[in-house]
Design a protein around this ligand. Structure first.
Ligand SMILES: [Zn+2]
Length: 212
């Protein structure tokens, strides 16, 4: 019997290993959380949270916090500085935020920009929302110097813009130019080189436009 094996995908980044980290383990820098992939366990909290330099209320996992400091230095040097708002959010905080958004926008609209508790990438400690130029959680951030800089250079520091434009049917979220996700420089560079914008598409995971 002849078994067909999948054609190897050419890797533009020398030595890139797509199985180097888990997409399921909540402690993995490649964990994929979306509307079809809740946090497991639901009360997950990273053990290595650190306060982000220059933002007393923002906590990220140590590796992501260090990378963000480097990214921000680079942005400053390019006259594209930004400030940080939320990094890690626990399940309870996400729950109260989501409730507020549902009251404000109704559930259908709220689900397009806010995660239900236990489904937020912010709970991984690898995601951070940034703002600049008076654009806080607004699409206008994309055209600020900071927004343009991040779209072009975040990958160099291991971050991706996790909810890109035109990918709501894959990620389940509207374009969020302010929401950065740390994945490490190897994966960020590989995604950039292959021109793959979402984690779902990169890892061949099901699209997650809605909760099941
Ligand atoms: Zn966010």
């Amino acid at each position: 019997m002849v078994t067909a094996s999948p054609a190897p995908v050419a890797s533009p980044v020398l030595g890139f290993d797509a199985s180097a980290h888990s997409v399921d383990d909540p402690d993995s820098i490649w964990v994929v959380v979306n509307k079809a992939r809740p946090m497991v366990p639901q009360d997950y909290e990273p053990a290595d949270l650190e306060t982000v330099e220059g933002a007393s209320g923002t906590r990220l996992r140590a590796e992501a916090a260090a990378a963000l400091a480097g990214l921000r230095d680079a942005a400053r040097a390019a006259d594209a500085d930004f400030a940080m708002s939320t990094g890690f959010r626990d399940r309870d905080l996400q729950g109260s935020l989501y409730t507020t958004y549902v009251e404000r926008s109704g559930q259908v609209r709220a689900d397009r920009y806010s995660a239900r508790p236990g489904f937020s990438e912010h709970q991984t400690g690898l995601s951070v929302d940034v703002h600049a130029g008076g654009c806080d959680l607004q699409s206008c951030f994309a055209v600020t110097p900071a927004g343009r800089f991040l779209a072009e250079h975040a990958w160099e520091h291991g971050f991706i813009v996790r909810y890109p434009e035109g990918k709501e049917d894959v990620t389940g979220y509207i374009f969020e130019p302010w929401h950065l996700r740390y994945v490490g420089t190897e994966l960020a560079a590989e995604m950039r080189a292959r021109g793959v914008a979402t984690l779902e598409e990169f890892f061949g995971l099901d699209p997650a436009p809605d909760y099941s």
